[in-house]
Design a protein around this ligand. Sequence first.
Ligand SMILES: *Cc1c(COP(=O)(O)O)cnc(C)c1O
Length: 397
Amino acid sequence: MPASQITHLECSNCGEDFDHHDAHRTCPSCGKVLFARYDLDRAAATLTRKSLTGRRPDMWRYREIMPVIDDANIITLGEGYTPILHAPRLGGTIGLKNLLIKDEGLNPTGSFKARGLSAAVSKAKELGKTALTMPSAGNAAGAMSAYAAVAGMEANVFMPADAPSANKNECIAYGARLVLVDGFITDAGALSAKAAEERDLFDVSTLREPYRAEGKKTMGLEIAEQLDWTVPDVILYPTGGGTGIVGIWKALDELERMGLMGSERPRMVSVQAEGCSPIVNAFEAGADHAEPIKNPHTLAAGMRVPAAIGDYLILQAVRESGGTAIRVSDDEILEGTAEMARLEGIFPAPEGGAIWAATKKLVDQGTIGRDERVLLINTGSALKYMDVLGPLFEVNA
Ligand SMILES: *Cc1c(COP(=O)(O)O)cnc(C)c1O
C-alpha cells in the first residue's frame, strides 16, 4: 500500500502547527479544533483516478491522505465505500428528477460513525493508547466499542441512563465498560472527562481529537469518486457535532489541491431538529459561533447536540458553499423516515428521515431547483431506533 503523507497538525482557528507524533487532542494554544495536514503534492503522485480503480473497497483506499502511518495499526471492519443510490420514486413525489441517497446505514455498527471511529481508534493505537473513553447517547458509543474490540483496547462509555436499549446493549456486547449516568449528555461528558484524567484514558469525543474528522471526510472523497469526479448541486446533511459536514468540506478542498477535481462545490445544507437547532440559529443570526441550547429535545439523538466545539467550522462550510441551514419538526422527521422506507426500500435513521423532510421544504421554497442533482446522506440505519420509531408504526397500522 502507498504511504500516508501526513505532515503535521494545524489549528483550524489560530493556525498554529503541531507535531502529529504527539497525542494532541484540541489546540494546545487556543483550545479549538486541530486538523491533520498532508503533503498533497506527494499524495497526488500516487493517489490518481487510475490508481484508485484497483484499490480496496473501503475508506482506507485513500491511503495517502489518511493519518495512520503504519499499516499494521489500521483497525478496520470494512467501513466506507457505501453505495450512492438513485431515488426516483421518492424524488418523483415532489418532481425532483435527480435525487441520490448515499446509504451510510450499511456501515459496520449501522451508522457512518464507523468511519470516524475506525480512523480515531487506529490512530490512538498508533500513538500507544490502550484505553479509550467517550460520552455518548447513541451510535458513536457502539462504533467506538466495536473498533476497540478489534484492536484489543479498553473502551469506556458514559451514557445517559435514558438512552435507547439498542445503544446500551451493543456497547455491552462489544465488551465495553458502560457507565449509565442519571442526567444529560453534558453530565456524561463531565464524568468521562474526569475518568480520562484519573485513569489516563484517551478521550475520543467529536472534534476533540483530530482523527474522527479524517474518517468522516472519506464520505466527501467517495462522493466525488463515485460520481465520476463531479459533485452534486446540493448535499443535505443532518448536523449534530458536525464532523460530517466539516469532513466533507475538508475532503473536497484536498481533492482540488491534488488536482483530482476543480473549484466546483455543492451547496451544503445543515439540517437540525426544531428542539435542538444551535447551528440554524447562528446561521440565521449571521453569527460565527452558536449559542448552546438549554433543553435540547428530538427523537433523532444524533442531532441532539446542544453545543458543538466545531460550530465555527460548520458555519464556515455552509456559508462558503452558498448553502443554508434548516429545521424540521419531529413529526416531519417521522413522516420523512416512513416515506424513504416505503418508496425506496431504505429504512433510515430518523436523522436520515430529517434530511428528506428538509429537502421537501427547500424544494417547496424554491431554494432547491427540481432539475438539480441533490444528494442526501442517510447517516444510519433505523434498526437501532425501534424504541423511538414506535409512533411511525402506529401511523402505518
Ligand atoms: C452522530 C450522528 C449524526 C450527526 O453527525 P455529526 O457529523 O456529528 O454532525 C447524524 N446522524 C446519525 C445517525 C448519527 O449517529
